[in-house]
Design a protein around this ligand. Structure first.
Ligand code: NAD
Length: 466
């Protein structure tokens, strides 16, 4: 089958490479000339496990090509997959500018009986709208519009493509549904469940799935706050709850508020859909507000830990919205770091992959190539991303680099008792703070600096503990 993928971002590029791997001939189109040139030169613009090899192999076999020539690519397609960005629009709804533009561009070129499929996450009713956009340009053309929402997760995108929980095909006629079924035949033959439904159902499936997952995250963040007040331990609570098969353990890790290119904008779009159809969605409306507020609250808590220290320095470990990606869109770091800077705190940072993307949007941050350098002279270290390497930080080494001794772990990566035994004040989410034990090594001052007493310990006499 000849497949054209419009958009070479996280979804489009992964889809193009994976569909080529299934045996189809794929042309991947992007308007970003530099991105296409990079891909043509054999370089991959995003970090995604396994993607480089997949692209290399399929380019070499001739099954995968990159181009900026949308008309040429669309003219020979049996299936066109639209995978362009749908950022937050005004009023919370998805901004369909790129989807409409892509539709207009392919409208001139596609052959009769082409299946045009929207992979981007779009507002309910978009398939019908895009059918009209194409029909306006090519009146009388016999084509189909379908919806095939994408559920892959950044960080495991390639694996998610080949081992999805299900494939959803939204089609309002049997013929395009059959063609899309053939597109995914190798996966379906391996037993991947297939849901064939209407376009509007497919659109709503995507938003409902993301809104529900985001609700789990938001809910467990609230439970973590409750645990702190009630002197309970969120880990124990999650374990007991997650073993219930009706609930499951996934998406029950407390954190600094969800981010990324999907949950924040998709929950807003879900709420907007509720308003549009006069069917308000107060659960999701509240979730959206609380999630953003959480990032600000954490910034305040971090500042509280600094306790008004003059010329305070904070080291941020992790700025990607989650581990194993270089994506910083709507990451907690984008709210928390500016809040710290606005309060006059110096910020240094380290992220194994996301530095380049983050440094475009975060100003006045001293970037470092390793976590210990980032923590040098810091009064407080805050962990914002759950990178595996942060679980096993060399704490004595960290202690020697830091000026203060507070670790504020927004991902609960460490064992509180172990960290406390290394002389740190360890703050995590929804868990009781372990009493700090000062080991002999913890008293060493950082080179060229003076080791300060633990900020919070020093403050205890002056203000109430929360
Ligand atoms: P992205 O921003 O990484 O990539 C979008 C790409 O489309 C960019 O390279 C851009 O240059 C290109 N583009 C824009 N207009 C174009 C046009 N007219 N013709 C050709 N190319 C064009 O976006 P993404 O993260 O890949 O997301 C794409 C869609 O998939 C969004 O709707 C998103 O909500 C959805 N989605 C994303 C994920 C994810 O994890 N990133 C997961 C599931 C669904």
């Amino acid at each position: 089958m000849q497949v054209t993928v419009i958009g070479a971002g996280y979804v489009g590029l992964t889809t193009a490479a994976c569909v080529a791997e299934l045996g189809h001939a794929v042309a991947c189109v992007d308007v970003d000339v530099s991105k296409v040139a990079m891909l043509d030169a054999g370089n991959v613009p995003i970090r995604e496990a396994g993607l480089d090899a997949l692209i290399g192999r399929n380019r070499a076999s001739g099954r995968l090509q990159f181009t900026i020539d949308v008309a040429k690519a669309a003219a020979r397609a049996d299936v066109v997959l639209i995978a362009v960005g749908t950022p937050r629009g005004t009023g919370g709804d998805a901004d369909l500018t790129h989807v409409k533009a892509a539709a207009r561009e392919i409208a001139r070129a596609i052959r009769p009986k082409t299946v045009v499929t929207i992979k981007s996450t779009v507002a309910v009713g978009t398939a019908r709208l895009i059918r009209e956009v194409i029909a306006e340009r090519r009146g009388g053309l016999d084509f189909w519009i379908t919806s095939n929402p994408e559920f892959l997760r950044e960080g495991s995108a390639v694996r998610d493509f080949f081992e999805p929980d299900r494939i959803v095909i939204g089609a309002d006629d049997p013929e395009p549904a059959a063609r899309l079924t053939e597109l995914y035949r190798p996966l379906l033959d391996r037993g991947v469940p297939l849901v064939v439904t209407s376009t509007v159902n497919a659109e709503l499936i995507k938003y409902t799935a993301n809104a529900f997952l985001a609700l789990k995250v938001g809910f467990i963040n609230d439970v973590a706050d409750l645990c702190e007040k009630a002197e309970a331990d969120i880990n124990a609570v999650v374990k007991g709850v997650g073993l219930d098969r009706r609930i499951g353990p996934q998406f029950l890790s407390p954190g600094p508020g969800f981010g990324g290119s999907c949950f924040p904008k998709d929950t807003e779009a879900f709420a907007a859909a509720g308003r549009k159809f006069s069917c308000p969605q107060p659960l999701i409306e509240t979730l959206v507000t609380r999630n953003q507020a959480r990032k600000h609250q954490l910034a305040k808590r971090i500042l509280g830990e600094l306790n008004g220290l003059a010329k305070a320095r904070v080291a941020v470990l992790g700025v990607a919205f989650k581990a194993d990606t270089d994506d910083v869109r709507d990451s907690a770091a984008l709210t928390i770091i500016p809040a710290l800077r606005a309060a006059g705190v110096s910020v240094s940072a380290f992220d194994p992959w996301a530095r380049a993307n983050a440094s475009r949007v975060l100003k006045d941050v001293a970037w470092h190539e390793d976590p210990y350098a980032a923590c040098s002279g810091a009064d407080l270290v805050v962990i914002l991303t759950e990178w595996a390497m942060f679980r096993t930080l060399d704490l004595p080494l960290l202690s020697r680099h830091m000026r203060g001794s507070t670790i504020f772990d927004c991902r609960n990566l460490m064992d509180p008792h172990h960290v406390a035994s290394q002389g740190f004040r360890y703050v995590s989410l929804g868990r009781p703070a372990a009493p700090r034990v000062a080991p002999a090594t913890a008293a060493k001052p950082a080179e060229g600096g003076v080791r300060l007493p633990n900020l919070r310990d020093a403050a205890v006499a002056r203000r109430p503990v929360r």
